[in-house]
Design a protein around this ligand. Structure first.
Ligand SMILES: [Zn+2]
Length: 131
């Protein structure tokens, strides 16, 4: 018998100092990356599910346009608290809509399950003898 062990990669967070986000790679060199991120690393800037297993590939990723644009957007959001508040309010409204929709779907499915369970409990003989 073997147990499945699922490993979840860490999520990368850039450093922030004095309100500015940036990458700091010094601690990841010379095996630091594999020691710190044993299960690999995902970057929030990537829309795909890339898991970085090696420092060299992650460093190359950080010099790419998508990652640089991601840092720029973080810095813009950090500097504009009004925009952050507006975005947070928008996200909260969207989350409430999604929760309500899922809650309604759950109630609909519960009713359907109850109906189907009632159908299963109904003796077949009664349906056949119904004439
Ligand atoms: Zn990135």
């Amino acid at each position: 018998m073997s147990a499945d062990i699922t490993t979840v990669p860490d999520v990368y967070y850039p450093c922030v100092e004095n309100g500015k986000y940036f990458d700091r790679h010094q601690t990841l060199k010379n095996g630091g990356f594999s020691r710190k991120y044993k299960n690999g690393l995902k970057c929030p800037c990537s829309c795909h599910e890339t898991v970085f297993k090696k420092y060299a590939t992650f460093k190359k990723h950080c010099s790419g346009k998508r990652h640089i644009d991601y840092l720029k957007s973080l810095n813009l959001e950090y500097k504009d608290p009004v925009k952050r508040a507006i975005d947070a309010e928008r996200d909260l409204k969207q989350s409430k809509i999604i929760i309500t929709s899922l809650s309604n779907e759950l109630e609909r499915l519960k009713l359907r399950i109850d109906f189907l369970e009632t159908q299963l409990k109904c003796p077949v003989g009664n349906l056949i003898s119904f004439e």
